[in-house]
Ligand binder design. Structure first.
Ligand code: CP
Length: 302
């Protein structure tokens, strides 16, 4: 039994195997085999893409899904503990997909459950399946993962997709440029991680110059739900707005990614630009999640 809580739970070879399987699911999204499992989808925080793409993936694999998307109708509302809740769900399901606002909560659940647990996002910590679909999208648009230059923009402090992406890309000799206001700069632990791997990175506050000479511009939303001071969020929420006119100076093959949802940081006039890839990126989530489920359940994908 193997859970996926952090992207570091996967080796480089395992990541590449999952991406290959995802490519096969993109070619054939309705596999002939039936995965005879019940999978619990339990979301303690709002989600559109992650929950629905997981549930689509489960359905496409022929498995069945149970779960909840908010806790008001569960016995958590009566005061049941997270430990007892996870123990119960593991009695019913063969796998648990879990999102929770507390960092470390999914690791805790994986230690309680006797079935694999997939982290669908835990606070500001990690979002490993988002990273797998990000890697899939990067490889698909760039033709490779190795030796790429990535510009990562926005909320690098609270953005869990950024934290997972940095760790996973460390296998592929990247170079990073981080664009963020000082208040939302990348936490020191991730900079230490990059230094320990001799991965070059630069930090700056200017977005316009950050777009040139890069292969990927990875935009992120300022994570309103992580702020204890609403005024601080109001001050920072519109720090960066990517506009179509800014893309003229970028490389022809550059692509704009965003884990979504966006709340103003990419202007809608970017959507029609062929460099905009974020909606395709979200669609790739179904294939990546089909692959992750099969990988963790030991299902041989055709
Ligand atoms: N990218 C992502 O996690 O989106 P949702 O919050 O809609 O699941």
């Amino acid at each position: 039994m193997k859970s996926l809580v952090s992207v570091n739970d996967l080796s480089k070879a395992e990541i590449l195997d999952i991406l290959e399987m995802a490519a096969r699911f993109e070619t054939n999204p309705n596999p002939r085999f039936t995965c005879n499992k019940v999978i619990a989808s339990i979301f303690f925080e709002p989600s559109t893409r992650t929950r629905l793409s997981f549930e689509t993936a489960i359905n496409r694999l022929g498995a069945r899904v149970i779960g909840f998307s908010e806790t008001a109708n569960t016995s958590l509302a009566k005061g049941e503990s997270l430990k007892d809740t996870i123990t119960m769900i593991a009695n019913y399901a063969d796998m648990i997909v879990m999102r929770h606002p507390l960092e470390g909560s999914v690791r805790y659940a994986s230690e309680i459950a006797n079935v694999p647990v997939i982290n669908a996002g835990d606070g500001s910590n990690q979002h490993p399946t988002q990273t797998l679909l990000d890697l899939y999208s990067i490889r698909k648009t760039q033709g490779r993962l190795d030796n790429l230059h990535l510009t990562v923009v926005g909320d690098l402090k609270y953005g869990r997709t950024v934290h997972s992406l940095i760790m996973a890309m460390s296998h592929f000799n990247p170079e990073f440029r981080f664009v963020a206001p000082a208040e939302l700069a990348l936490p020191g632990e991730y900079k230490s991680f990059l230094r320990s791997k001799s991965i070059p990175f630069a930090e700056q506050t200017d977005l316009v110059s950050g777009i040139v000479d890069t292969d990927i511009v990875y935009m992120t939303r300022v994570q309103k739900e992580r702020f204890s001071e609403p005024m601080e969020y109001e001050k920072l929420k519109h720090t960066y707005i990517l506009r179509n006119s800014m893309l003229a100076a970028s490389r022809p093959g550059m692509r704009v990614l965003h884990p979504l949802p966006r709340v103003g940081e990419i202007s809608e006039d970017v959507d029609a630009n062929p460099k905009a890839y974020y909606f395709n990126q979200a669609r790739n989530g179904v294939y990546a999640r089909m692959a992750v489920i099969c990988y963790l359940l030991g299902v041989e994908a055709v």
